[in-house]
Ligand binder design. Structure first.
Ligand code: PLP
Length: 381
């Protein structure tokens, strides 16, 4: 019988135009494997944007290296190129660029800088699968790229990740790591199946906020297979059996969902365009269409005056708002020193984390979102 992971690999390769695809339990595990294949270790530095998820600096720290953060650009919410070269030192080994919310990461420019200094590059495509940058699929420019199949990602298998390898020098090491992957337990498989059922049949606009909050609470307390376990948010110690394999249970769900992707990508792009037109007409911050022409518009960021209040309005009107990123290293809110970052040094990333909310791009009814925004237009920056 053909394995679901083989079917999935074939589907993914039609988007990414490569067969060098390797699966892991989560995207962060793929990142760990890539860093390892690049020989990242003690005393090395890895450059990352100062507006990301904590699970990005974590694998760098697990390997004994240090994450070095670079301020972001307010228009694209990706790394500010003008700040990048200042962050490069003799210890720098890798630059990770990220297509935040599916937006452009200026990846060609970053690769040019990296090559001139003999550095490796990794593209964090966890938000950008299915999008293109200057005519090539996201993930094509760097030495390697990693992707996520977590709940809110372009296509999902509950949790899940994979990587593509463009630099053949890394392949040997990646292949050697394959047998080291732990297999997921029977309990986790059952847990995932249960979550797929809940998502498919019980999650809707009425239950959204209750479900999301309940899931996060269960996940934070390690009571369910969650996006991040408690220790990944509170500490920098590698969780037990972190280097985990992807499973057939996940692949089956992913195959089901990737088939819906072309339609979804189109819908996201159309909605993003509707939102930009509306916000522009109201003289508010909006995403310039030239930034997302060919991108997987996973989220649409809106700058609001008071984030918490805005979430209260959204709950009242049953609007499914996203909260990425609520911190320069989402969702960490304290003890930033553990992750080698002082958020005060990155005012734009800090402002974004205090004021950005995400409006849904996968809705068939963007008018409902627009009329919600219209109602609270004075609360939008
Ligand atoms: C920017 C970014 N990078 C990496 C990841 C990690 O992906 P995963 O949850 O599959 O490990 C996330 C997760 O949301 C993310 O937002």
């Amino acid at each position: 019988m053909t394995k679901y992971t083989d079917i999935l690999k074939k589907e993914i390769s039609t988007y990414l135009l490569t067969d060098n695809i390797f699966f892991h339990y989560k995207g962060r595990v793929s990142l760990y494997a890539i860093l390892k294949s690049m020989g990242v270790g003690k005393d090395d530095e890895v450059i990352i944007p100062a507006y990301t998820c904590v699970v990005v600096p974590n694998p760098i720290i697990y390997l004994g290296a240090k994450p070095v953060y670079v301020e972001i650009d307010k228009a694209s919410l990706c790394m500010d190129l003008s700040q990048l070269e200042k962050a490069i030192t003799k210890k720098t080994k890798v630059i990770i660029c990220q297509n935040t919310y599916g937006l452009s990461a200026n990846v060609d420019e970053i690769v040019k800088i990296a090559k001139s200094q003999n550095l490796y590059t990794i593209e964090d495509c966890t938000h950008g699968f299915g999008g293109n940058y200057k005519g090539k699929p996201n993930g094509s420019y760097c030495d390697a790229a990693f992707y996520s199949m977590q709940w809110n990602k372009p296509f999902s298998s509950g949790v899940g990740g994979f990587m593509t390898v463009n630099n053949p020098v890394l392949l040997d090491s990646i292949i050697k790591q394959e047998p080291e992957k732990h297999e997921i337990s029977f309990g986790t498989k059952i847990n995932l199946k249960l979550l797929f059922f809940v998502k498919r049949y019980l999650l809707n606009k009425t239950t959204y906020w209750i479900m999301v909050n309940f899931y996060r609470w269960l996940s934070k307390n390690n009571l369910i297979t969650g996006s991040s376990s408690g220790e990944e948010i509170t500490d920098i110690i590698i969780p037990d059996k972190f280097f985990m394999n992807y499973s057939e249970v996940q692949a089956k769900e992913a195959v089901r969902n990737i088939k819906k992707l072309p339609e979804l990508l189109e819908l996201r792009k159309q909605n993003a365009s509707v939102y930009s037109t509306f916000l522009k007409s109201k003289n508010k911050c909006y995403v310039d269409e030239k930034l997302f022409n060919n991108h997987a518009f996973l989220k649409y960021p809106v700058f609001v005056k008071d984030r918490e209040e805005f979430f209260n309005y959204a709950r009242k009107h049953k609007i499914e708002l996203g909260d990425w990123f609520n911190s320069p290293i989402h969702p960490v809110q304290c003890n930033f020193g553990k992750w080698f970052i002082n958020p005060e040094e990155f005012p734009i990333a800090l402002e974004a984390s205090k004021h950005v909310i995400n409006i849904p791009t996968d809705t068939k009814n963007p008018e409902r979102v627009i009329s919600f925004l219209e109602k609270y237009i004075d609360e939008i920056k």
